[in-house]
Design a protein around this ligand. Sequence first.
Ligand code: AMP
Ligand code: ZN
Length: 478
Amino acid sequence: MGDIVFQNTLTGRKEVFVPLRAGEVRMYTCGPTVYNFAHVGNFRTFVFQDILRRFLRSRGFRVMQVMNFTDVDDRIITNAAAAGVGIREYTDKYIEAFLADRRALGLEMPEKVVRATDHIEDMVRLIERLTQRGCTYSSDGSIYFRIATFPAYGRLSKLDPSGIQAGARVDVDRYDKADARDFALWKAPKPGEFFWETRIGPGRPGWHIECSSMAMKYLGETLDIHTGGVDLTFPHHENEIAQSESATGKPFVRYWLHAEHLLVDSEKMSKSLGNIHTLRELLEQGHKPSSLRFLLSSVPYRRQLNFTEDSLRQAAGSVERLRNFALRLRQGKFAEGASGMSERAARAAEEFEAGLEDDLNTARALAAVFDLARDANTAMDRGEFRQGDIAPVLKTLERFDAIFAVLVDDDAEKLRALGLAGSDQAPGDAEIEKLVAERQAARKARDFAAADRIRQQLADRGILLEDTRDGGIQWKRK
Ligand code: AMP
Ligand code: ZN
């Protein structure tokens, strides 16, 4: 296997990935702002992070990933007050929904998941440190970071700091600043607003300081990887760098990986544009969790992904092809011996790895697996596939599934876990195997009426049975 290469936003180049400590990857992920349900655009970024961590783990790295929840900001405070509940209570339900959606998409849990509101003291300490270093000023009870004290500002986003104006997300806070580029570390409460009483005064943290303090608390002052969507590059990540490096004098992050946006009709999917689909909406319309996971992972993360119903249907077809192929391999009876398929499978596995090593080029990795499936299916159709070919081909498929995680047919279970229907339409492998075995038993007992009934039941749910020449039975999805 070759080196792993990542496109680093910081340097603008592809670089060989070497973690600071051998065998260990410390990685921070900006989590969602929990004032609403996450949309599938958000999940594009979270699926990319899952592919990344699964790939690193599969290469033997110990991964320590930290993800935060931004559970305090202007919108959360306003919405919670309007709903007459505390911000914890208000955000709890969106955190739960987000975690359930993640499970439905087969996303592994980061090693540590943390809430901003549990780390106010850490943030206060970091702000004090920045003040001691002369990087802050106060105005009307709020504390700002003075960008003029950090000459490297703009290096990540490649923006000329002198030209940075107060843009949409720069100036979400509505306070007086010495310089439009400066950003709030600590925000004084407005009358009647929720606040924390702290050593640096009453108020609440700014968004950027949350991530700097939680990242460094759990991962140390220099992290290996920091990820997020491309919209976070500026100002969020630029500000994280300014705060963290001003406080420690050390490089904050070695590799910055940013996922491009998921688009709808050429526009970013975003709450503010009102063009969002939540995962639940799409599942309620009959799409499967595995189709979404596949679609979101199939386009390399540095490329924009245009979201359409049609692409979702194609994704479903791709997953089905691979699942049927895996079944055919597991159920098939082939002549003894082995053919050139073993080498063919090994070549596909190599190409799969090479694709992922190349800045997680998932499209290339997938092409390797689909080519293998096509060739193996052809060999089976021609009677050239051998019993000894099963294991090497399955091994490559398993390698694929350790990263893409769509082969196990657990869509129905995942829908049930979200409280959604759909179980009647999509039985899982285990359930099908059980019914098939019952039908075989009925036939053996010459109870043909019962056998036919089970066959019909399965057909109604999209499962076709085929008798094999050796008296066995094979099933597949329509
Ligand atoms: P937010 O809750 O807005 O902070 O977003 C959570 C994550 O989703 C961040 O990493 C964003 O960059 C990412 N994100 C938001 N919109 C999109 C989109 N349309 N496509 C891909 N990622 C997105
Ligand atoms: Zn962040």
